[in-house]
Design a protein around this ligand. Structure first.
Ligand SMILES: Cc1cc2nc3c(=O)[nH]c(=O)nc-3n(C[C@H](O)[C@H](O)[C@H](O)COP(=O)(O)O)c2cc1C
Length: 203
């Protein structure tokens, strides 16, 4: 089983990437065989334009290696910081560039990140607006990591002694559930019922 981890912050040295790396380590510790971590740090993806649909070579060069990774993934973890109460624009752009061909009927766990008490808005935004045409299946579990700077740090003294163990355990549990959904939804894709020429997009 392969699980793709998308770190949605554009910032260098972001907390989202710290969380993503912890998640990758947790997944590799007995939950799945393979991971692929892709970070939006430094905005590696240009903003969508018509050339994507026209199959322009410059877009194919950027997108094809990433498509390959996503197509071979059985499940995803989408990590999003809360930026002004929203999902960062680069992550929304990710959902313009990749859709049903890579993501349809695959389970995804949302992990949101806030330096303070935030983190709910990007969960609501992703659940409302990023799955319709991609048919990505967000599982009911989600993890909101508040006061992120005080958890999941390599140096134990930088961690809050109450919330750090809780977040580690909660992530481990949620990722284990995600892996079970990955096994279950493989059957849905293999059944062939999701293949359709007629209903290309969600309603
Ligand atoms: C442009 C910008 C806007 C932000 N707005 C919010 C916000 O609305 N709510 C919040 O809880 N944190 C906000 N933050 C702080 C983030 O929670 C903080 O940067 C945290 O480390 C997660 O983002 P990161 O993964 O980019 O590090 C904002 C940060 C940036 C860079």
């Amino acid at each position: 089983m392969k699980i793709a981890i998308i770190s949605g912050s554009h910032r260098y040295h972001s907390q989202s990437l710290k969380v993503a790396q912890h998640i990758e380590m947790t997944l590799k510790d007995g939950i799945c065989d393979e991971t692929w971590l892709y970070s939006l740090e430094g905005n590696p993806l240009p903003l969508w334009d018509e050339g994507v649909w026209d199959g322009e070579q410059q877009w194919l060069d950027i997108l094809n290696p990433l498509r390959e990774q996503l197509v071979s993934a059985d499940a995803l973890v989408i990590i999003t910081p809360e930026w002004h109460g929203q999902v960062p624009a680069g992550l929304k752009n990710f959902f313009l560039l990749f859709g049903k061909n890579e993501l349809a009927h695959k389970p995804a766990l949302i992990v949101s990140v806030s330096a303070g008490d935030g983190g709910s808005y990007p969960v609501a935004e992703l659940r409302m607006s990023s799955y319709k045409n991609s048919r990505l299946c967000y599982i009911p579990e989600q993890v909101i990591i508040r006061h992120v700077e005080s958890v999941l740090n390599a140096k134990e003294t930088d961690n809050d002694s109450r919330s750090d163990p809780y977040i580690r355990e909660r992530l481990q549990w949620s990722l284990t559930i995600l892996a079970q959904y990955a096994t279950a939804l493989q059957k849905v894709r293999d059944s062939g019922v999701t293949e359709t020429e007629k209903f290309g997009n969600g309603m």
